[in-house]
Design a protein around this ligand. Structure first.
Ligand code: B12
Ligand code: SF4
Ligand code: SF4
Length: 276
């Protein structure tokens, strides 16, 4: 299984991965694992580098197709391998809505350090990596699980604390994270609108990544998925014209078109509510 996993991930252009015992992970979604119906024993975790370039008026992660699609594909490939080698096994693939703190698990595998920007930072791809994981009931020993290492922190220069437009990284929780604000449905407050305009983002926020010295000279992803049909600027007409199948392939689609259009209008100085 070890060699087959290595070969499969190499084929997918995944260079950083590892196996941990579930008990070495920090569980943040007990209900998620309960819903899955499996007895979690091991986690196969992998980094998916995504950087191709910045977005002009939105976050770089959303310029490519929705990363959940590729995380699901890779996760399902791993599950097929597990079924081949352990026919009675039960496994579930996650990426984002995972029952574990994915950054902590990745750092415990030594795949990167945890930055003061709260992100996992890899030596080759910086913080521009998504984290995917497969939780399985296969015994960790059978998967040659590693013992966890003590998670390490970044160089601690503090640039992200200064760059964060809301101050949340320095402990000011009054506005929250701008990324979350742009992903919220409904009407935004005047302060939230002013913030979006000052940063110039219609979706997500990269301020604590762009300034980070660990992200200088990072490698562009070799995964073809992220290079396909990129959108580098969010424009009202283009978003409006997208049919349902084109729209749902995008990472900015999950709160619906009205939310994205509201955000574009905010940047262009127009209406700040979703309207009809
Ligand atoms: C909810 C969520 C959000 C929310 C809230 C974020 C938050 N910080 O809680 C919102 C919408 C704001 C958000 C925004 C973003 N997110 Co998000 N998010 C998540 C999600 C689903 C859960 C996070 C969570 O609740 N973790 C649990 C809490 C306890 O951890 P935490 O406070 O975030 O992290 C602390 C601990 O890990 C702790 N820690 C533990 N051990 C150690 C050891 C040391 C030495 C140190 C120093 C610290 C430390 O340090 C961290 C910082 O305090 C994860 C996926 C997952 N299941 O993990 C993705 C995830 C964290 N998000 C991701 C991304 C890409 C983003 C954005 C960059 C997107 C964007 N460009 O707009 C921003 C970045 C914001 C930021 N700087 O954190 C990626 C991060 C990949 C990476 N390289 O780290 C993840 C892992 C999704 C994925 N599957 O790839 N996100
Ligand atoms: S994503 Fe933006 S608002 Fe959120 S922590 Fe980073 S810099 Fe601050
Ligand atoms: S900007 Fe500095 S403090 Fe912030 S994550 Fe990067 S190295 Fe760490």
């Amino acid at each position: 299984m070890k060699n087959a996993l290595e070969a499969y991930l190499k084929e997918q252009k995944i260079e950083y991965y590892g196996v941990l015992s579930y008990s070495d992970c920090r569980e943040i979604g007990k209900e998620i694992i309960e819903r899955s119906g499996i007895v979690p024993r091991s986690v196969i975790l992998y980094l998916v580098p995504y950087y191709v370039g910045d977005g002009e008026n939105f976050s770089s992660y959303a310029t490519s197709y929705d990363y959940h699609i590729i995380l699901r594909e890779i996760g399902e490939g791993i599950i097929s391998l597990l079924k081949r080698y352990f026919p009675d096994s039960h496994s579930v693939a996650y990426g984002d809505h995972s029952p574990i703190d994915e950054k902590y698990a990745a750092a415990s595998l030594g795949l990167g350090v945890i930055g003061l920007n709260k992100l996992l930072i890899n030596e080759k791809y910086g913080s521009y990596v998504f984290i995917g994981d497969v939780v399985t009931d296969v015994d960790p020993e059978k998967l040659c699980a590693q013992g966890p290492v003590l998670p390490r922190g970044c160089v601690g220069c503090g640039k992200c604390l200064d760059a964060c437009p809301t101050g949340i990284l320095s402990g000011d929780e009054s506005l929250g994270c701008l990324s979350a604000i742009t992903q919220r449905k409904g009407e935004l407050t005047d302060a939230e609108i002013a913030l979006m305009r000052s940063v110039g983002t219609a979706w997500g926020c990269d301020e604590c990544q762009r300034c980070c010295p660990h992200n200088k000279k990072i490698a562009v992803t070799g995964i073809e998925f992220f290079h396909r049909e990129r959108i580098t600027r969010l424009e009202r007409d283009a978003v409006e014209e997208m049919d349902r199948s084109a729209f749902i392939k995008r990472a900015f689609s999950w709160r619906g078109k009205k939310t994205v259009l509201r955000n574009i209008d905010i940047l262009e100085g127009g209406a700040a509510c979703e309207g009809e």
